[in-house]
Design a protein around this ligand. Structure first.
Ligand SMILES: [Zn+2]
Length: 107
């Protein structure tokens, strides 16, 4: 993941886990659609791990995770991990998608 700065806003470049094209975002942690293939993903990195979060509404999301993990293991990219998004309850939430609206930032 590379980080650019444009007009004071940090723009990060993240690879789509489905089509591998580079997407640019100011916040990769927010689940968003790929600009190329339209499938949704998020990415949360720590110092030692690159965590790719797959849209749970995707058909066969678990299979996508398994395929990505197998591909990365084979490529020796052991710092990468794919998971299915569990940040919002799978049921019982009927409102608009909370994660599409980032939390307000104190100024
Ligand atoms: Zn894509």
């Amino acid at each position: 993941m590379t980080v650019l700065s444009r007009g004071g806003i940090k723009i990060e470049s993240v690879a789509c886990p489905y089509c591998e094209k580079q997407n640019h975002t100011s916040n990769p942690r927010i689940m968003a659609a790929c600009a190329y293939c339209g499938n949704r993903f998020a990415q949360a990195n720590t110092d030692y791990q690159e965590l790719v979060i797959i849209d749970r509404r995707l058909e066969n999301a678990g299979g996508v995770v398994d395929d990505l993990m197998a591909k990365w293991r084979q490529a020796g990219e052991l710092d990468k991990e794919a998971i299915v998004d569990r940040r919002v309850e799978l049921s019982g939430y009927a409102g608009p998608e909370r994660r599409l609206s980032p939390a307000p930032v104190a100024s």
